[in-house]
Every structure is written in structure tokens, then in C-alpha cells.
Design a protein around this ligand. Structure first.
Ligand SMILES: NC(=O)c1ccc[n+]([C@@H]2O[C@H](COP(=O)([O-])OP(=O)(O)OC[C@H]3O[C@@H](n4cnc5c(N)ncnc54)[C@H](O)[C@@H]3O)[C@@H](O)[C@H]2O)c1
Length: 453
């Protein structure tokens, strides 16, 4: 009912939608080069706050009207940061539906935890807003299908925060592979081997003041407040639970795998997956495993992704290398790299910048392309899409395929470290009902993603 209210209040009416008539206001409201673009931030943690401010700095005439967060402390910090960096004070809302009701707002910047991404995107599309939504865009495969449907039906721009999709060095790596210089691709290895420590569950506690815990949970099952899931100041531990995330695969391996897919010219779904995982490094008692290894069968080659937080000597690309296109990481201990084995050479590919290098026999350098962290390129691309109506880099269609790799690997682990066959057309597992049940989840009343979007 609430959804109907905000759509009706926005003046679009349900009838036109169900009859398949596309009201003019739903057509992507392409903005002229000099028109002001008004954004709202939904989810004002460290990532959302930093990225939306940067987007307003690198693009002319883009402003933030509202900061929406269910945590008053984080909202307050974001408002202060906007005052300091951009020189004006946005308003605060605790309820994203107020944002969708606000006709001044052109687009929303969704940086909540992952369990809210799909529903917040769908509501935004229904309300006629364009969307930037953080990775990982979904917590299951059905959510991706529904986000695509919503963006197509309501003709909205939806860009996913896979910023490597806008990296010039990613484009040059793709061109190098397409040119045939690497030869036939025979194997791909992606890494997300980060450091970590033992994770211990914590007892439930009182809901802190200044937090709407019910709205934080949103579509997820209701559970008492727990400081192991949530933190008022920092990101907190929601990434350790399947209800809110896809674990460390979703956190950083999603970026690595998405970039690997892009330079390999975007293969579709794999036809089978073998997933292994366990809590063998630190013996943590958490749901998501400490270390995972997933092998995807793409018919012409296999891709293996090793992901976890059990290797403290492995490091993400250092900040100085991320921002300097003349520097390349030490690939051997680079935690978030991809290795692409062709018949003619081995390509190392960084994420966060780090560029790419092709090595041959005796590690001789054959070719290279430098690159820097591409957040700015992605933010320029998002606003260009809003101004021109072009499809954004990091489209929801490609993001769904990349996010599916995370879900497929996690499902193979969750059904007992199995090999699963997958039907890419139907997007269902073949002959495994238990795995098929994990393609979706049960949502709380009031937060369901309906069949009819
Ligand atoms: N693209 C990247 O490189 C990159 C980098 C870091 C994080 N991320 C992604 O960004 C997202 C946010 O990460 P973070 O570290 O800032 O997390 P965080 O938990 O610190 O921030 C999320 C914020 O969302 C708020 N929130 C929760 N439910 C809400 C609701 N119903 N309405 C409004 N606000 C709500 C929380 O109160 C919190 O302030 C995650 O999905 C993460 O994976 C992407």
C-alpha cells in the first residue's frame, strides 16, 4: 500500500504502469548540459558519503538535496562533510520513501548495506528516479532479474558501483586481448586474498538511540539488535551474515570478477560451478566462510576465484600505486589481481588501479598499460548518462551477471561444497532443488520484491 501511495503521490498512477503505457515522466528525464542535477544520498556510511561528495566535485551543477539514513550519527557526519566540502547543508530524512516522493530529486545514490540495494533501486525506478547503486548490487540472483526489469520498464538509468567498468586501463586490457596478442585464453585466476582474524559472535543488546533498527533491517528477517551485525560509527559486521550480504566474495571479489568479465568481453553465465569454502583459518563461528575457492566453467576456459581473509601478508594495491599510472604492484603478493593465461602470454590485471602487464617466458615484459583508481571516471560517466540518456558503464545487466558469480559460488558452498550445473537461459540449477531455493529469499511484509514490478 505504501508503494502505491508514493507512486500515486508522485502523480504517475498505477493504471498507466499496469497497462504498459509509459508516462512521459518515466522516460529518462535527460538533462541538458547546464541543467542542475539534484541527488539524494540513501545510506550515509563512509562509502556513500565520500563517493557522492566526489561526484559533486568532479561534475558541474550536481547537488545533494537530502541525506537519508536511519542512523542519526552517520547522517550527521555526512551532512557535516557536505557542509565542509561543498559549502551547503542538505536536509536529513530517515525514510527513503520521502526521497522518492520529492519531485526535486532526479537521482538517488544508494550506499546502504547490500540487503537493501535491490528493493531501494526498484522503488526508485518506480518513482521515476535514476539510480547509482553500490556493489554488490544484490544478495541473490532473483533480485538482479527484478532490478533489470525495473530499470527497463521505467526507463531509468541504473549504474552499479563497479567503478572498474569506467577504467581506461580496463578498456586497453580488453582491446589487447581482443586483438589476439595474448593468444587463445586457456585459464583465468582471480584473487581476493585479504588479511583477517578470528570473528566471534556477540550477544544481543539494546537498540542504540538515534537508530531506526527496524528500517535498517528492512527486507531482512527481524532479529534483535546485535553489535556483531551493526555499529553506529563504523561499517560493522553485516558482511558476516547471508541475510545482509554475500560475504567477502561480494565485498571485494565482486570487483575483481566484474573487471575480469569486462576484459574477457563479458561472457554470460557459466554452465557449472564448483565451490569450496570453510572456516579453517581462524575457526570463526560466522556464517560466511573465511576462505573460498570457486571454479566457473565458461566452456572455452575455466575461471578460478580464491577469496578470503586468511592471508595477512597479501595486500591490496598500495594507495601510491593506485593513483600513479607509471607504477605497477608486486603481483605475487597483490591480494586483488587477476591472471589471464593465454597461449602467448600471461596478463596480470590490477583492480583499484595498478594497470596491467603481460609477461612471457622468464617473466620478460611483453606489454603493459598503466592505470589509476577509476572512481572519478565512473562518476563522470554516471552524470553523462543522466545528461544524455546513454547506457551507463556498470549497467545493471552486466552487474547482474557479475553479481551472479558471487551468488553461484556462495550457493555451491552453502549446499555443502558441491559442483552444480547451471542453466544460463533459465537462470536455475539443474537437478539441485536445495540450490534452487537459494536463488531467492523470503522478505518481510512491506518489503517484498513483487513478481510484477
Ligand atoms: N564501490 C566501491 O569501491 C565500494 C567501496 C566501499 C563500499 N562499497 C559498498 O558501499 C555500500 C556501503 O558501504 P559502507 O562501508 O559505507 O557501509 P556502512 O554500513 O557503513 O553504511 C551503510 C549506511 O546505510 C545506512 N542504512 C541502512 N539501512 C538504511 C535505510 N533503510 N535507509 C537509509 N539508510 C540506511 C546505514 O545506517 C549506514 O549508515 C556497501 O554495499 C559496500 O559494499 C563499495
Amino acid at each position: 500500500m505504501e508503494r502505491r501511495n508514493f507512486i500515486e503521490k508522485a502523480g504517475f498512477g498505477i493504471t498507466g504502469i499496469s497497462l504498459g503505457i509509459t508516462p512521459v515522466l518515466f522516460a529518462s528525464g535527460v538533462k541538458g548540459a547546464n541543467d542542475k542535477i539534484v541527488l539524494a544520498l540513501i545510506g550515509a556510511g563512509g562509502r556513500g558519503t565520500g563517493a557522492i561528495i566526489n561526484c559533486c566535485k568532479v561534475n558541474a551543477n550536481v547537488v545533494i538535496k537530502t541525506v537519508c539514513d536511519v542512523n542519526d550519527i552517520k547522517a550527521g557526519k555526512a551532512i557535516q562533510a557536505i557542509e565542509k566540502e561543498l559549502g551547503y547543508t542538505p536536509k536529513h530524512s530517515r525514510n527513503m520513501k520521502e526521497v522518492y516522493d520529492d519531485k526535486d530529486i532526479d537521482a538517488v545514490w544508494i550506499a546502504t548495506p547490500e540487503h537493501w540495494h535491490a528493493l531501494a533501486t526498484i522503488w526508485a525506478c518506480q518513482a521515476g528516479k535514476d539510480v547509482y547503486v553500490e556493489k554488490n548490487p544484490t544478495i541473490n540472483i532473483r533480485e538482479g532479474q527484478k532490478m533489470i526489469e525495473a530499470s527497463q520498464k521505467y526507463k531509468r538509468i541504473v549504474q552499479v558501483g563497479f567503478q572498474n567498468r569506467s577504467a581506461p586501463y580496463g578498456f586497453s586490457a580488453r582491446e589487447y586481448i581482443k586483438s589476439g596478442k595474448l593468444g587463445q585464453i586457456v585459464h583465468v585466476k582471480s584473487y581476493n586474498m585479504l588479511g583477517g582474524s578470528k570473528w566471534m559472535a556477540r550477544p544481543d543488546a539494546q537498540i542504540p538511540s538515534g537508530l531506526d533498527w527496524d528500517q535498517w533491517l528492512g527486507p531482512a528477517p527481524y532479529v534483535p539488535y546485535n553489535p556483531g551485525i551493526h555499529d553506529m560509527q563504523e561499517r560493522g559486521g553485516w558482511g558476516n551474515f547471508w541475510a545482509y550480504s554475500g560475504g567477502h566474495m561480494a565485498d571485494d571479489a565482486s570487483h575483481v570478477l566484474d573487471l575480469a568479465r569486462m576484459v574477457l568481453d563479458d561472457p554470460g553465465h557459466p554452465k557449472s560451478i564448483y565451490g569450496w569454502g570453510g572456516n579453517n583459518a581462524w575457526n570463526s563461528n560466522r556464517e560466511v566462510p573465511e576462505i573460498q575457492s570457486v571454479t566457473y566453467d565458461f566452456e572455452k576456459f575455466a575461471l578460478t576465484c580464491v577469496s578470503g581473509n586468511a592471508t595477512n601478508y597479501m595486500k591490496k594495491t598500495p594507495v601510491n600505486i593506485r593513483m600513479d599510472p607509471t607504477l605497477f604492484p608486486d603481483w605475487r603478493t597483490n591480494a586483488t589481481r587477476t591472471e589471464i593465461y593465454g597461449t602467448e602470454g600471461l596478463m596480470y590485471l590490477g583492480r583499484h588501479g595498478g594497470g596491467w602487464q603481460v609477461k612471457g617466458e622468464d617473466s620478460i615484459l611483453i606489454a603493459q598499460g598503466g592505470g589509476i583508481f577509476p572512481d572519478k571516471d565512473h562518476q563522470l560517466d554516471f552524470i553523462e548518462s543522466l545528461r544524455t540518456g546513454k547506457k551507463p558503464n556498470g549497467s545493471v545487466e552486466q552487474a547482474h551477471l557479475s553479481a551472479s558469480l558471487i551468488h553461484l559460488g556462495n550457493i555451491a558452498y552453502r549446499v555443502g561444497n558441491k559442483q552444480l550445473r547451471f542453466d544460463p537461459e533459465k537462470e536455475r540449477f539443474i537437478g539441485n532443488d536445495e540450490a534452487n531455493k537459494l536463488l531467492s529469499t523470503t522478505y518481510r511484509e512491506g518489503y517484498k520484491i513483487p513478481e510484477e514490478i
